[in-house]
Design a protein around this ligand. Structure first.
Ligand code: 9YT
Length: 132
C-alpha cells in the first residue's frame, strides 16, 4: 500500500508549474508506482487560455472547484463545466480549457505520466516508458 498526502508532494519534483504560469499540477501517483495510471491534482488560473493535446494518453478529468469553458478543438463544440463536471479525452482530442474562476481538478492518465514530461510546442506529452 502507498499512502501520500499533499504535504508530501508540495514543493517537490512531483509539484509541477507550467512555463507560462497558468497551471500547477501535483502528481500524486506516477508511472514509477507501477499501477498503470497516473493521478494528478491540477489547478488552472482564472482568466487563462490553455490549449492541451494529449496525443499519447487517455485522460479523465473530474472538476472539483471553479467554472469555465471547455472547447473540443476537433469539433468546435463548447461545454460549460463546473464542480462535478467530468470530461474524458477518449479520442486524444485537442482541447482548450478557459477557467472564469480558478479550477481545481483531479486527472487520471493512462498510460501513466512518468513525471519528466513537459508539454512540447503543441502541448503534447511524449510517451515515456517506465524503466524496467
Ligand atoms: C487539466 C489537465 O489536463 N491536467 C493534466 C495534468 C497536468 N497538465 C500535468 O500534471 O501535467
Amino acid at each position: 500500500m502507498i499512502v501520500r498526502s499533499t504535504q508530501d508532494i508540495t514543493g517537490t519534483e512531483r509539484d509541477i508549474q507550467s512555463e507560462d504560469g497558468n497551471w500547477r499540477s501535483k502528481r500524486i501517483v506516477l508511472g514509477g508506482d507501477r499501477v498503470g495510471f497516473s493521478f494528478h491534482e491540477t489547478t488552472i488560473q482564472a482568466g487563462t487560455v490553455n490549449n492541451f493535446h494529449y496525443a499519447n494518453h487517455i485522460e479523465a478529468v473530474w472538476l472539483i472547484e471553479g467554472e469555465g469553458t471547455l472547447t473540443d478543438r476537433e469539433t468546435g463544440e463548447k461545454y460549460e463545466i463546473g464542480p462535478g463536471s467530468m470530461y474524458l479525452l477518449n479520442g486524444n482530442e485537442r482541447h482548450t480549457v478557459e477557467p472564469r474562476t480558478q479550477m481545481r481538478m483531479m486527472c487520471v492518465f493512462n498510460p501513466p505520466v512518468v513525471g519528466s514530461e513537459v508539454h512540447d510546442e503543441n502541448g503534447v506529452y511524449p510517451l515515456v516508458e517506465v524503466p524496467a
